[in-house]
Write a protein that binds this ligand. Structure first.
Ligand code: PMP
Length: 440
């Protein structure tokens, strides 16, 4: 074992041998924690005891109710009561919990069709198509849009589903530094001059792939410049709004609205229903011809079971509230509450002296802890103080940039946020994190 440790680097990358056995087990109690409640503003964790070596867990039989700062419940729709629940329960009674068939066969219900019309109307595109899983929405549809002979330009921090989708396309992939428009332009310019590898022929298509809000950084895409470059170089834009649809922009229409851009300048609008809608699945909204092609060729349409009908109903109800089509201002109030809560939490963490990444408008607030061991300790200590948090580190972030990633919700009350901030301040003191804080 000692011999193996000498070759730290290769063993570290040999995830199974070094990381799993020697490092991951020391922090693994912070992950895969079972919960036994709705992931709302609060949640209930099942307490576990680990053996001395950190290999096995046994439930202690105790439960711990915590304020939930880890779920993507941005607008507070992940509730089992409240404005969406009754209609969703009715949908279970009418349609059951599974489509039992692919969309192309017998899995398309009237709910799916209504949902697609509503999504297209909400984001301002001609048509939309929905899928049972957000991850698969990216990974199985990108190969329908581009293929060999195309150039795909991808932000280095794009989500794993976009990376997988890009690899499945067969296109030439070039990665640009996160939000670095000079680098993107340099790649566009040189690639266009050189053409396709070996043949030098012109690219069939150039697709720039970006996200609205980057979930590890809380940063926003520089959309106005992406659009400027797309126009200058004749490219197309694929925008993943998983963390921005519903959450950003005065009416929740995402980063396009936030920046005041024209939705016609974004060719492919992708998003998920797992965050602001408190549901599951994903969508692509675009021109009708593109959506028709996805319906005909997407693996997720033909070879995967359709989105569960009650899930479609949950999204329809949430969407009606967000867009105000329910005739109330409840949606607007939730959007405003999210913006208020996010700004409050971010500014308070900054005032404590923490380095906080990301944009002020982001509902994700990444607070830098740096030290991987302190990251895990922070997670445990916050849990003891009744706050469930998500901590992230290598390989999701650079090894020296471990961080706590707080997800803010419209459902959090000011008292709940104050409790969390007080707990964070206390833990920072106990962990010696204050030494690394920047002093004003
Ligand atoms: N895109 C982005 C940017 C994401 O962050 C995620 C997951 N959080 C996905 C796609 C995949 O979506 P889902 O979890 O709904 O499958």
């Amino acid at each position: 074992e000692l011999d193996k440790l000498k070759d730290f680097t290769s063993l570290y990358h040999g995830f199974e041998s070094f990381f799993t056995r020697n490092m991951y087990r020391r922090v693994r109690d912070c992950f895969n924690r079972p919960i036994c409640s709705v992931p709302g503003a609060t949640l209930t964790l099942v307490e576990r005891r680990t053996d001395d070596y950190g290999w096995t867990f046994t439930a202690t039989g105790e439960k711990k109710e915590c304020i939930n700062l880890g779920s993507y419940n941005y607008l507070g729709f992940a509730e089992n009561h409240g404005p969406c629940a009754d209609a969703t329960i009715e949908a279970i009674k009418t349609f059951g919990v599974t489509g039992s068939s692919s969309r192309a066969d017998l899995g398309t219900t009237t709910l799916h069709r209504r949902l697609e019309t509503s999504v297209a109307r909400f984001v301002g595109k001609e048509d939309a198509v929905v899928f049972g899983m957000g991850f698969a929405t990216n990974s199985t549809n990108m190969p329908v849009l581009v293929d060999k002979g195309c150039l795909l330009l991808s932000d280095e921090l794009n989500h794993a589903s976009l990376v997988l989708g890009a690899r499945l396309t067969g296109a030439t992939i070039k990665v640009f530094r996160h939000n670095d428009m000079e680098h993107l332009e340099g790649l566009l310019r040189s690639s266009i001059i050189e053409g396709q590898p070996r043949t030098g022929r012109a690219w069939k298509k150039i697709l720039i792939v970006v996200e609205g809000v980057y979930s590890m950084e809380g940063s926003l895409v520089n959309l106005p410049d992406v659009i400027r470059l797309k126009k200058k170089y004749g490219a197309y834009v694929y925008l993943d709004e998983a963390h921005s649809i519903g959450a950003l922009g005065p009416t929740g229409r995402g980063v396009v609205e936030h920046f005041g851009c024209d939705v016609n300048d974004v060719d492919i609008m992708m998003g998920t229903f797992t965050k602001s809608f408190g549901a599951a699945g994903g969508y692509i909204a675009a021109d009708k011809a593109i959506i028709d092609s996805l319906r005909a060729h997407s693996h997720s349409q033909r070879y995967a079971t359709a989105m569960a009908p009650p899930v479609a109903q949950q999204i329809l109800s949430a969407l009606a509230i967000i867009s105000g089509e329910d005739g109330t201002t409840r949606g607007q109030e939730r959007i405003r509450a999210l913006a208020r809560n996010s700004a409050y939490f971010r500014q308070a963490a900054q005032k404590m002296g923490f380095i906080v990444y990301g944009n002020d408008a982001s509902p994700i607030v990444p607070v830098l802890i740096y030290h991987p061991a302190k990251n895990a300790a922070l997670s445990r200590m916050m849990k003891d103080r009744g706050v469930a948090i998500v901590v992230v580190g290598y390989p999701a972030t650079p090894i020296v940039e471990s961080r706590a990633r707080f997800c803010i919700s419209a459902a959090h009350t000011r008292e709940q946020l104050d409790h969390c901030l007080q707990a964070l301040d206390e833990c920072a003191g106990l962990l010696g994190l204050k030494y690394s804080l920047v002093h004003p």
